[in-house]
Design a binder for this molecule. Structure first.
Ligand SMILES: [Zn+2]
Length: 228
């Protein structure tokens, strides 16, 4: 993996120079894929499409930023001036402030559901259902926020990507609506195959989890290797 020169951008509020990392080359070696579409690839890191100014906290889409006008800003800034993925609370704040719709809303809300799943992701199979629920939701209000987000992701997916029955089924499953998840797959003719291609294996696993009334995120078997 090699990094290219980072982008030097300007915070729209405080004008601080903020840096967006850029990849020159990478690969998916050692990548892990999860049922909620999160990808963790040590050699193919993900850079944020929306973030916040490390200096003043302003939230923004990175695509909206203009180049930094600070002629003294070094090409490679100090580590604290690089843009990072937002954490859960900042992602909620982003949704509240920006009032996005359509694709943009789906993107932010998908990150939010992944951030919730991060709470259970890594030891999910070692905990009981009650233990997983206890780490997934910190309070009743938190659970309500989690649920509303998932429901909205489900609506948006049906609007924007009506053919993506696998993801729609996964959302229903994570909401604990197992019959609905299976029905979505049935209608789309997705029977699943544990020995089939990547998607067929994911579908088979979603069906297996539904049969076991298991709503938690799971790690998918490895996807074929891709090179960027
Ligand atoms: Zn700022």
């Amino acid at each position: 993996m090699m990094f290219a020169d980072p982008l030097r951008l300007a915070c729209p509020r405080c004008a601080a120079t903020v840096y967006q990392r850029q990849l020159w080359s990478g690969n998916s070696l050692g990548a892990r894929y999860y049922s909620d579409r999160k990808r963790e690839a040590p050699m193919l890191p993900t850079f944020p499409s929306f973030s916040k100014c490390p200096k003043c906290g302003e939230l923004f889409w990175v695509r909206d930023l203009k180049p930094s006008e600070d002629v003294n800003a070094p090409q490679w800034g100090p580590s604290e001036s690089y843009l990072d993925l937002l954490d859960l609370e900042d992602t909620v704040r982003f949704l509240e402030e920006k009032n996005e719709t359509g694709d943009s809303e789906l993107k932010v809300r998908t990150q939010l559901l992944q951030l919730y799943n991060d709470r259970v992701r890594y030891r999910v199979d070692q905990r009981t259902r009650a233990e997983n629920e206890a780490v997934l939701w910190k309070s009743d209000a938190d659970k309500e926020r989690w649920q509303k987000n998932l429901e909205r992701v489900g609506e948006l997916t049906k609007e924007i990507a009506p053919d993506d029955a696998t993801f729609s089924a996964e959302i229903a499953r994570e909401l604990g609506r197992f019959d609905e998840a299976v029905a979505i797959l049935d209608v789309a003719g997705k029977t699943g195959d544990p020995e089939g291609n990547y998607e067929a294996r994911v579908v088979a696993k979603i069906r297996e989890k539904c049969a076991a009334s298991d709503p938690f995120v799971f790690q998918c078997s490895t996807r074929r290797r891709s090179i960027l």
